[in-house]
Write a protein that binds this ligand. Structure first.
Ligand code: SAH
Length: 352
C-alpha cells in the first residue's frame, strides 16, 4: 500500500520539504495510514518487542516500586496512569503484582493515554473488566489527586527534529523529493534558541535531535506531581543528552530505510533524558540510570529465581533468557535508561 507515500509526495510537491517531525507524525499516527493507527506491532509476529512483552517481571517490579511510593504518600486516592500502553501488558502486570498491596486497587483510578484506536481495543482485552479511562492527551489526566505514572517506550515514538551544527547555527534535516521520490536533505543553517545551550558541548558537523512534543507532556506530568504528589517512571532507549543521528526505522525486527515505506515501519529516535527532566520542573528528577541497574535494585535476581523454580525445560530456559535480555548490558540492560519524577523522595530503585 503506497497511499501514505503518495499523500506525502503530493504534499511536499505542493508546499516544499517537511521536517522529520512532520514526517514521523504522519507515518506513526495518520488516522487512516499511520503505523500505530493500523496495526498491533508488538511481539514475534510484529516489528519489535518491548520489555513488558519479554517478561512479566518488568511490570511487576515497576508496579511494586510505584506501590511503595504510594504507601509512603499515606495511601491516598490516586491516578494510576500509563502513556502509550501498547498491548496493555505492562499495566496488567502492575495490577496483578499490586493485588496484594492492601487498598491499592480500591484507591486507584486507571488512566491510559493512547492515541491509537486499534491499540485501545487490544488494551481493553488485555485488562479484562478492570475499569479504565482512556485519554488522548496527558493534559486530560486528572489534576486533583496524586499521579503515579509509567511510560515505557513512549517517548521514542514521538516525532523529532534533527539538526546538524554548522558554525554557530543549525541545519535541519528535511524530507524532500528527488525525481519524485522521498529523500533526505538539509535546510540552510540558522541560529536556534532551543539549541543555544548545545553550542558549548558540540562541534561542527555534530547532529542533535529535539523532541518538541515531549516538552508539554513532561510539563503537564511535572506540574501534577509537584502540586498533588505522586511519582513517574520513564523507561526508554536514549541517553542524558542527544548526540548523533538516532532516527531509525524497524520492520520485522530489522533496521529499515525510514523513507522506504511510510506508515509500514516503526519510526523512532533515542530519548534525550536531560530535556525530559528539565521540562518536568517544578517536579524533581532522579538520577538517570540504566534499565539493568534499576531492575537489579528492584530485585529482579530474586524474582527471576523464584519464577524459575516452578518452570522446567524450554520454558525455564526462555524465562532465564528473558531475564538476561532485560538486564544484560549487551542486550537491553544499558541501552535502555530509566528516570523518575517525584516531589519529596524518589521511588524505590532511584537516587535523588
Ligand atoms: N508501552 C508499550 C508500547 C510502546 S509503543 C510497551 O512497552 O510495549 C508506543 C505506544 O505509544 C503505542 O501504544 C502507541 O500507539 C502510543 N503512542 C504513540 N504516539 C502517541 C501519542 N502521541 N499519544 C498517545 N499515544 C501514543
Amino acid at each position: 500500500m503506497r497511499a501514505l507515500a503518495d499523500l506525502l509526495t503530493a504534499r511536499i510537491a505542493a508546499t516544499g520539504p517537511i521536517t522529520l517531525a512532520d514526517y514521523m507524525a504522519d507515518c506513526l499516527l495518520h488516522p487512516q495510514h499511520g503505523y500505530y493507527a493500523t496495526r498491533d506491532p508488538f511481539g514475534a509476529g510484529g516489528d519489535f518487542t518491548t520489555a513488558p512483552e519479554i517478561s512479566q517481571m518488568f511490570g511487576e517490579l515497576l508496579g511494586l516500586s510505584l506501590a511503595q511510593a504510594w504507601l509512603d504518600h499515606g495511601s491516598p486516592a490516586f491516578t494510576l496512569a500509563e502513556l502509550g500502553p501498547g498491548r496493555g501488558t505492562l499495566m496488567a502486570d502492575v495490577l496483578r503484582a499490586t493485588r496484594g498491596v492492601p487498598g491499592f486497587h480500591a484507591a486507584a483510578k486507571v488512566h491510559l493515554v493512547e492515541a491509537s484506536a486499534t491499540l485501545r481495543r487490544v488494551q481493553r482485552q488485555t485488562l479484562g473488566d478492570h475499569p479504565v479511562i482512556w485519554a488522548e492527551e496527558v493534559t486530560a489526566l486528572p489534576d486533583d489527586a496524586p499521579l503515579f505514572l509509567l511510560a515505557n517506550e513512549f517517548f521514542d515514538a514521538l516525532p523529532i527534529r534533527q539538526f546538524t551544527r554548522q558554525g554557530q547555527g543549525w541545519a535541519e534535516t528535511m524530507v524532500g523529493l528527488r525525481d519524485g521520490r522521498l529523500t533526505l536533505g538539509r535546510s540552510a543553517p540558522a541560529p536556534l534558541a532551543a539549541l543555544a545551550h548545545r553550542l558549548a558541548d558540540t562541534r561542527e558537523g555534530d547532529v542533535v535531535e529535539t523532541c518538541p512534543s515531549a516538552l508539554p507532556i513532561m510539563a503537564a506530568i511535572g506540574a501534577r506531581i509537584a502540586r498533588n504528589g505522586g511519582a513517574a517512571i520513564i523507561v526508554d532507549y536514549g541517553d542524558w543528552q542527544s548526540l548523533g543521528d538516532t532516527f531509525q526505522a524497524l520492520k520485522d525486527h530489522r533496521f529499515a530505510d525510514p523513507l522506504a515505506a511510510p506508515g509500514e515501519a516503526d519510526l523512532t529516535a533515542h530519548v534525550d533524558f536531560a530535556a525530559l527532566a528539565a521540562a518536568a520542573t517544578p517536579a524533581r528528577a532522579s538520577q538517570m540510570m540504566t534499565q539493568g541497574a534499576l531492575l537489579e535494585r528492584l530485585g529482579i535476581a530474586a524474582r527471576s529465581a523464584r519464577l524459575a523454580q516452578s518452570l522446567t525445560g524450554a520454558r525455564r530456559d526462555a524465562h532465564l533468557a528473558a531475564t538476561r535480555r532485560l538486564t544484560d548490558p549487551a542486550e537491553m540492560g544499558s541501552l535502555f535508561k530509566a528516570l523518575a519524577l517525584y516531589r519529596d523522595t524518589p521511588p524505590a530503585g532511584f537516587d535523588p
